[in-house]
Write a protein that binds this ligand. Structure first.
Ligand code: ADP
Length: 466
């Protein structure tokens, strides 16, 4: 069989434009695929003008003809096609405009025009990601374009839906339009789900959860209907960035064989965050402070432990006011054991992974989650809610004593979190030998992109033969 060719379409690519985990995936996965012999390339909106102009294409939006420009660039050694023009791209921000639907409709349609117009390179698989590219699946079907499509859901909470007054922009037949309307709204996320040849999410557990009303954001019944073509593949983390042996940002580098040096990272982190050095466990948090992440409840649960000075806490993140304020209040009250930093700070994040003993991820829902995997790679033992990718990557001693690498709790309530914290503290204080096993199990686990890329490759092949 000739070389598999994959075009990955994403609104974000780290290095050009990144808002969340999607940017990391679009950056890392194509490179990992190429190292497996796949000719993987990327197509993205031109958030920044870069590269060489290679052509123009016509994109029809309703009655208007809009000219799109195509630029060719490279990212992470992977060819990258950038689509701009029409006043849609570039702009200052990736999202957040009144006409976001129209911008990404333009991009979605331009992808198909690009494939039709640029037939020197004919991919076998079009890998679409999140709502921004969902409508592309509709145009591929509508035109009968010969390519297989995989649609990846990174976060079902964002569907890009708009009211039906925008229908006239679509130029789609009625039978296809009917399929992409949900609750009387045009829903690009639904378009990707129902019209692609296969669908996956970024963990196996999340792929099951989204079929339930609790996690389905109104699309659970749609997802149940297509469950036979729905898969879960966990994301990887970038090992060239996240590696305590070579990390230039941390105070003292260490490995599984020099784990005692982690102690120095803890001391220096405590000093930088202006808390008392202590031999009690230091809990780290690095997170967007949004409702999704459950930090509000976690801060309530930890109060009693801070009062008793049984743990200390270092928190880095920013987001919604009520969570930021809660963090500040706790820091004011327990300033000798709580250090917080309300901002985005790449370097401090590395120091927290290296300097903490435990790492909390109490998310309400978590499609994949990267921070728990990074924490484990740095020998910081995660305490997580048993949901989505957290569930798939952390193993609790109650599940498997020998392979355990963290602690899980079921429901997001104060009592459940306290219980998990107590279990972790008990091992830390009374069974150091086992604590070290938990750390080493995490550090030795394989969270690399290579493993995930293999799974994507297998899924592409499955889609091709379907
Ligand atoms: P999400 O994409 O939902 O924000 P993930 O766990 O998938 O959550 O990815 C979060 C990434 O962002 C991790 O690499 C984490 O280290 C980083 N991060 C989150 N908040 C901050 C912050 N305040 N400063 C630095 N890095 C952060």
């Amino acid at each position: 069989m000739s070389k598999l060719k994959v075009l990955l379409a994403s609104s974000e690519v780290y290095g050009f434009a990144k808002v969340g985990g999607l940017g990391d995936v679009a950056y890392a996965l194509p490179k990992a695929l190429r190292s497996l012999g796949v000719d993987a390339r990327i197509i993205a909106p031109m958030h920044r003008k870069k590269g060489r102009k290679v052509g123009t294409i016509n994109v029809k939006l309703g009655k208007r003809d809009v000219q799109a420009e195509i630029y060719l660039s490279r990212v992470n050694s992977v060819p990258l096609y950038l689509i701009g023009g029409g006043g849609y791209f570039p702009r200052n921000q990736v999202y957040g405009y009144e006409d976001d639907f129209e911008r990404y409709l333009f991009f979605s349609k331009a992808i198909v025009e690009f494939l039709k117009g640029y037939n020197f390179w004919k991919p076998n698989i079009l890998h679409l990601n999140d709502w921004h590219t969902g409508l592309t699946a509709a145009y591929v079907k509508s035109e009968g374009f010969p390519i297989k499509t995989l649609f990846t859901i990174h976060n079902l909470g964002y569907q890009g839906d708009v009211d039906t007054s925008k229908l006239n922009l679509l130029n789609l037949e009625e039978d296809i339009t009917d399929l992409i309307i949900h609750n009387n709204r045009i829903n690009p996320m639904k378009a990707g789900i129902v019209l692609s040849d296969a669908v996956n999410t970024v963990s196996v557990k999340y792929s099951k959860e989204i079929q339930t009303p609790e996690f389905g954001f109104g699309l659970d019944s749609v997802l149940r209907e297509i469950k036979d073509k729905l898969y879960g593949i966990i994301n990887g983390i970038d090992y060239s960035v996240w590696n305590p042996i070579r990390d230039p940002y941390i105070y003292r580098k260490y490995s599984t064989r020099t784990l005692e040096r982690k102690e120095e990272n803890k001391k220096m982190l405590s000093s930088e965050m202006k808390i008392k050095p202590s031999d009690k466990p230091l809990i780290g948090i690095v997170s967007r402070l949004t409702h999704q992440k459950g930090i509000d409840v976690f801060l309530e649960a930890i109060e009693e432990f801070l009062e008793d000075r049984t743990v200390s806490l270092v928190l880095l993140g920013s987001g919604e006011d009520y969570i930021e304020n809660k963090a500040k209040a706790i820091c004011d009250e327990f300033s000798d054991v709580v250090g917080i930093s309300i901002k985005y700070d790449e370097v401090l994040a590395h120091k927290i992974y290296a300097g903490s003993d435990m790492f909390a991820v109490p998310s309400r829902y978590e499609p994949c989650g990267l921070t728990q995997m990074i924490a484990m790679r740095y020998g910081s033992v995660p305490i997580v809610r048993n949901t989505g990718g957290l569930s798939d990557t952390v193993i609790d001693p109650n599940e498997n004593k020998n392979c355990a690498r963290g602690f899980k709790f079921e429901s997001l309530d104060v009592e459940a979190i306290k219980k998990a914290l107590s279990r972790a503290i008990d091992v830390y204080e009374n069974n150091r030998e086992y604590w070290k096993i938990l750390q080493l199990n995490g550090m030795r686990a394989d969270f690399s992109w290579r493993g995930s890329a293999r799974k994507y490759l297998a899924l592409y092949k499955r889609v091709l033969s379907s």
